[in-house]
Design a protein around this ligand. Structure first.
Ligand SMILES: *[C@@H]1O[C@H](CO)[C@@H](O)[C@H](O)[C@H]1NC(C)=O
Ligand SMILES: *[C@@H]1O[C@H](CO)[C@@H](O)[C@H](O)[C@H]1NC(C)=O
Length: 212
């Protein structure tokens, strides 16, 4: 009988935890019933068709499908979020290599790694700015002109991010072939694909908005 109160307390805590978890589920957007999953993947497939790397686009955005639905703005936002995560991880990878290279004999490789770290850092900043701008869409006014201005910021920053990523690989031109160069090239290549895709989805969203 002594265990009874603590058992009841445990049950109460479990119940509270369950309610809390239920509250954490994102509510569907007001007014728009959740579309069928099949439609979501068709929408994603068709949207990714405008990108240079549609298969990468389709695969990397899969886990965002529930929150994206069939909303092109949310899809573009998710694509930028994917690029940001990849750029941050690439920066961490380059930072790790850079720490080792500082003790090595290859000064060119060490310098290229330092520049590359800065490039990925800049790219990540530009993506963060883009995400923030997209979250604030409409806050500064609801007109077409305001939309164009806000989205032109996103287009500019995502293009700049892509350029920064190119600058990283360009910096390795004079570095001797080897595992460091190959590793950075592989990482940078993957980041460039998702960034290019994100920019294409942003451009596509802007064009759809202007359309009839
Ligand atoms: C993708 O685009 C090609 C032509 O650009 C078209 O033939 C194809 O039907 C499109 N696929 C989807 C899923 O929209
Ligand atoms: C960077 O190094 C840390 C510590 O060694 C390691 O935990 C992490 O996984 C590395 N990150 C990447 C992206 O290689």
């Amino acid at each position: 009988m002594q265990s009874q109160p603590s058992l009841r307390l445990l049950l109460l805590l479990l119940l509270l935890a369950a309610v809390f978890l239920l509250l954490l589920q994102p509510a569907p957007a007001a007014g728009s019933p959740a579309p069928a999953p099949a439609d979501d993947s068709d929408f994603r497939r068709a949207s990714c068709n405008v990108t240079l790397y549609p298969d990468v686009c389709y695969a990397t955005l899969a886990r965002y499908a529930p929150s994206v639905g069939r909303d092109p703005a949310r899809l573009a936002h998710a694509a930028i979020a994917v690029s940001l995560v990849k750029a941050q991880r690439a920066a961490e990878y380059v930072s790790n290599l850079s720490r080792e290279a500082d003790y090595g004999a290859d000064r060119r490789a060490a310098a290229a790694l330092h520049d590359c770290l800065e490039n990925f850092g800049d790219a990540a900043d530009e993506m963060r700015g883009s995400l923030k701008q997209m979250r604030q869409l409409g806050a500064a006014g609801s007109g077409e002109q305001s939309f164009r201005f806000q989205m032109s910021n996103v287009q500019t920053w995502m293009s700049a991010a892509l350029t920064d990523e190119d600058t990283c690989t360009d910096g390795f031109q004079d570095v001797a072939d080897g595992p460091v160069k190959a590793g950075v090239s592989r990482r940078a290549g993957a980041v460039k694909k998702v960034t290019s895709n994100a920019l294409a989805l942003v451009n596509s969203y802007v064009n759809q908005h202007a359309g009839p």
